[in-house]
Design a protein around this ligand. Structure first.
Ligand code: HEC
Ligand code: HEC
Ligand code: HEC
Length: 450
């Protein structure tokens, strides 16, 4: 069931409606998020900043690199500020990317200009004002920001790290451009006070003394700057992340053309068999750093996450994130459905005709052919949107992806070869076979993704 339906049932109750209106914050870039206008190299290794050499260098050499600026640049990459704060064809960090909620009547909310332009950017912001935005979700004038800006995660980031990000952003060339005005629903900010009181807990990351430094570093990055939960945690009716189902899979709308959304389901990242239970920590680390592992290849909304952000992190940091993710206790295992003989025959025939060539009869995939169908997290998300998208539109490796030689290439689309009913039959079959635990898929769910 989509959020859209949920809202329609509730949206007309006046009091709740107002709150919903103002709290609806699911992330959906209103245009394809631009591919990494990532800041120029050297990107990844802050430790490698040649500060000492630079001070000894003659005046005509490249200016000395401030280690705080380098650190801030690295942390800004970890937070993927650029993906959200850059509109198609616009200057990096200058904002103006539109975000939609699944409720179209709410209109659009635009990201702001975070270059140091004094009038249209954050050039006149003090460091304390910047810190308050990151930690408390408040703008320079004290008004409430909407959680399309993931301050609900950024609140965990240390003062030192925010200082570095602030220092780095101040070194960017100021760009004079203001985002378009938000729709009416997002012009009203006070209801966020109520939402924050209900759902937002301010506070820095507290290291877990029972865990290793590596685990704590991973938790800090995943839960803080990495804001994985923004997409990977299901939301309640007021679109706040559900703590009881943390990182067990969410829904993310993505606008593919003017006025047209495509929903995606973000997988269960916990160690449930329907999530990443079958992935080793090394496979998770490899996927995050290179967009490829023996379990999966990069496509869909993770293209932006990996290409603009995770690939630029050090191997130590992506490994730490993987160690933390691997330790997440299993949440949300759905019972295996039992297919009828008719479903097995019809689904099996479609699989043989369209999928077996690459994913093999065993469903195990193969080197240079395709990732496994067996135990795939994409196949087992509660909402089957991503699987349907992959069948209808294929799976495409984004431009600038760090995928190594020998990684999978694109999977072609099957939308014009199969009817909605056939796609539903096939999707039901693969979700219920090969040890997978995914519920059935209906023809109308397929229709909604067309
Ligand atoms: C998932 C998308 C997303 C990401 C990632 C993101 N932002 Fe934002 N940010 C937004 C949106 C949308 C707004 C506007 C919110 C509003 O108007 O209520 C915003 C607002 C802000 C503001 C308030 C600016 C103002 O003029 O009021 C600051 C500061 C900010 N972001 C900094 C950052 C930094 C620094 C990072 C990276 C560490 C970052 N953002 C990452 C979406 C994002
Ligand atoms: C903008 C939303 C968004 C954010 C932020 C996000 N993800 Fe995802 N993720 C998705 C979606 C949607 C999918 C399923 C489709 C795809 O792979 O793009 C997914 C899939 C995945 C997969 C499984 C890939 C596969 O093919 O089986 C892993 C692992 C993953 N994400 C890890 C992460 C981690 C770790 C973070 C935080 C650093 C993160 N994601 C942040 C949306 C997001
Ligand atoms: C020509 C080869 C080929 C065929 C045929 C094919 N696939 Fe794929 N499939 C791939 C490749 C390659 C990828 C990885 C793409 C990437 O990394 O972007 C993939 C990825 C996937 C994924 C995502 C796996 C994950 O966990 O990340 C699913 C699900 C999937 N295919 C299902 C199917 C289904 C169902 C069919 C039949 C309609 C099918 N594929 C037909 C090559 C193929």
């Amino acid at each position: 069931m989509s959020h859209r339906t949920t809202l329609r049932t509730l949206g007309f109750s006046a009091a709740l409606g107002t709150l919903l209106t103002c709290a609806a914050i699911t992330l959906a870039p209103a245009q394809d998020t631009p591919t990494a206008p990532a800041p120029a190299a050297p990107a990844a290794e802050p430790a490698a900043a040649p500060a000492a050499d630079a001070s000894a260098a003659p005046a005509d050499a490249t200016p000395p690199v401030d280690p705080v600026v380098e650190k801030g640049k690295y942390l800004a990459l970890a937070g993927n500020c650029v993906s959200c704060h850059t509109r198609e064809g616009g200057e990096p960090f200058a904002g103006g990317l539109g975000f939609k909620t699944p409720y179209s009547f709410l209109g659009t909310i635009y990201s702001t200009n975070i270059t140091p332009d004094a009038e249209t950017g954050i050039g006149s912001w003090t460091e304390d004002q910047f810190k308050r935005a990151m930690h408390e979700g408040k703008a320079a004038d004290g008004s409430y920001l909407f959680p399309a800006f993931p301050y609900t995660s950024f609140t965990l980031v240390t003062d030192d790290d925010i200082h570095a990000i602030y220092t780095y952003l101040k070194t960017l060339a100021p760009v004079r451009t203001a985002p378009p005005s938000n729709g009416i629903a997002f012009a009203m900010r006070w209801p966020m006070a109520v939402w924050n009181a209900m759902f937002f807990k301010e506070g820095r990351y507290k290291p877990n003394a029972a865990q290793t430094d590596e685990w704590n570093r991973g938790a800090y990055l995943v839960e803080g700057l990495g804001h994985c939960s923004a997409c990977h945690t299901p939301r309640n009716l007021l679109l706040a992340e559900r703590n009881d189902a943390h990182l067990s899979g969410g829904i993310q709308p993505d606008l593919v053309a003017e006025g047209k959304y495509r929903m995606w389901s973000a997988v269960n990242l916990t160690s449930a068999p329907s999530g990443l239970g079958a992935w080793s920590a090394d496979q998770i680390a490899r996927y995050l750093k290179t967009g490829h592992s023996a379990k999966a290849g990069i496509f869909g909304p993770m293209n932006d996450v990996i290409i603009n952000s995770l690939q630029h992190l050090s191997a130590e940091d992506t490994k730490a994130m993987a160690i933390y993710i691997k330790s997440l206790p299993p949440i949300g295992d759905s019972p295996k459905q039992t297919l009828t003989d008719a479903q097995k025959t019809a689904g099996g025939d479609l699989y043989k005709k369209y999928c077996e060539e690459c994913h093999l009869a065993s469903g195990k995939g193969a080197f240079l052919k395709a990732p496994p169908i067996v135990g795939s997290a994409i196949l087992q998300t509660a909402n089957p949107a991503s699987l349907i998208n992959v069948i209808l539109y294929g799976a495409k490796v984004g431009k600038g992806s760090p995928t190594p030689g020998g990684a999978w290439e694109d999977m072609k689309s099957f939308g014009d070869k199969m009817t909605d009913e056939e796609v539903a039959t096939l999707a039901t079959y693969v979700r219920g076979s090969y040890d997978n635990h995914g519920g059935p898929v209906t023809t109308s769910q397929v229709g909604a993704q067309r």
